[in-house]
Design a protein around this ligand. Sequence first.
Ligand code: NAI
Ligand code: HPV
Length: 527
Amino acid sequence: MPKVLVSDSIDQAGIDILSQVAQVDVQIGLSPQELINIIPEYDAWMIRSGTRITKEMIAAGDRLKIIGRAGVGVDNVDVPEATRKGIVVVNSPEGNTIAAAEHALAMMLALSRYVPDANTSVKNGLWERKKFVGAEIYKKTLGIVGLGKIGSHVASIAKAMGMKMLAYDPFISIERADQLGCRLVDLDLLFREADYITLHIPKTKETANLINAEAIGKMKPTARIINCSRGGIIDEVALATALKEGRIAGAALDVFDNEPLEEGSPLRELGKEIVLTPHLGASTTEAQVNVAIDVAEQIRDVLLGLPARSAVNIPGLYPDALEKLRPYLELAETLGNLVSQLAGGRVELLNVRLQGDLANNESQAVVVAALKGLLSQALRERVNYVNASIEAKERGIRVIETRDASIRDYAGSLHLEAKGSLGQHTVTGAILGDGEIRITDVDEFPVNVAPTHYMLLTRHRDMPGIIGKIGSLLGSFNVNIASMQVGRKIVRGDAVMVLSLDDPLPEGILAEIMKVSGIRDACTVTL
Ligand SMILES: NC(=O)C1=CN([C@@H]2O[C@H](COP(=O)(O)OP(=O)(O)OC[C@H]3O[C@@H](n4cnc5c(N)ncnc54)[C@H](O)[C@@H]3O)[C@@H](O)[C@H]2O)C=CC1
Ligand SMILES: O=C(O)C(=O)COP(=O)(O)O
């Protein structure tokens, strides 16, 4: 019988499901070393946010087939390492949406009316009515950062409470925001105008320290910040200083840089202007039943050899179909990711054209893979083969699928066209005889490049010297070029340059590239 390790507190409903097919061991509070010692005997591992699954633990888990996160965020799991080891990572993308949204609203109200401190005061035998005069949220402006599942639910309730709403989410369409009663604005305006700012975004490179001293400096002195998303999005020291000096009015935090919140944290020293909870966003009976069942069912299915419905790192397709289409799914995902970065965040239209032999194939999975790639910049591990179409629909992305079997530059190729905040862009790619992916066309300019993790694309005038200048500029920043391709339609006309790089581009280099005479546009892409 397979064995499942449960190392965080999970609702019994989940344990019951797992017990149908496996021996379940619940072991909470083990140290990282203890986990490394015992994980070799387990086939599956079920956690919440309390366990950090590291590369070393995954390396030790020789029998591990699946890691199940009973919740949304998988930032406590080394997903790339799990993927490399062929371990499926699943989560429950929607099981705790309502709980997290309601907690954010509870925090907003508690903060406005000083409920926690007033409660402590009464329990201490005091009756301090003057000390706890609060603020109403009615007719106040709520700035929602991240209009995904939780942010959308917060919006619908805040609307009913009479709030005016601004939202910032570079991956959401204006129509979707309109439907929710939110005005999409840039971050700067949101910071300046909001009375309440609530964060509902994943922690990524872009969102780490988003709320820093500079951002706080733009806020009203009466502004209050609520964070029930992820620690590390707010600079805790900058926030504590601003609250201490009265530069903003309050903050309510459920998540922290270090959890549990460390003893010397300056946040602990503040008074009624701060409300702190110990990562309780998902802690309702209902949400815990939802996520436990959702994830336990997936672990059970995978242990029985069936696909998982919310895998964050592999497609939830049946093995036969998957094997046949695998190269094209990878191609579609890569091209989707590439075209989304060329078109800018707010993509409103994706046209997927299956060409040559590919036009005769079952196409749905290819379109879904392209959407998964397209949304991966916004949703990271949250988007998968199962939810990509729904996510795209909710974001107001129009998807058009066309086929043209007569285009036969390659046996089978895929052409994507996306319209976003940076205009309309196209990419084409194919699978070569050796199974390798090639990008064969960018914005209708022919190229022949293998995609790599770091890429630089320029639009320039085809003229002598320009390639050399870009090469030397990259060299002077110690960036190594793996390969370089120029595509043009006519001599000395417009051209594109596609460079595969071994290193990420340091900050500031794009501005230098743009100064090179003849360069019209340049962008970096991370695949
Ligand atoms: N405190 C708690 O116990 C809980 C916390 N969470 C966390 O809440 C967060 C939101 O969860 P969901 O709404 O389910 O996720 P979601 O994926 O549905 O929504 C996230 C939204 O953030 C947007 N986004 C991505 N990068 C952005 C950026 N740089 N700037 C602005 N917006 C950006 C995306 O377009 C998306 O609409 C996640 O970090 C999740 O882990 C979720 C449940 C419970
Ligand atoms: O689902 C999430 O992303 C959460 O943050 C919830 O965390 P938890 O399962 O309550 O430890």
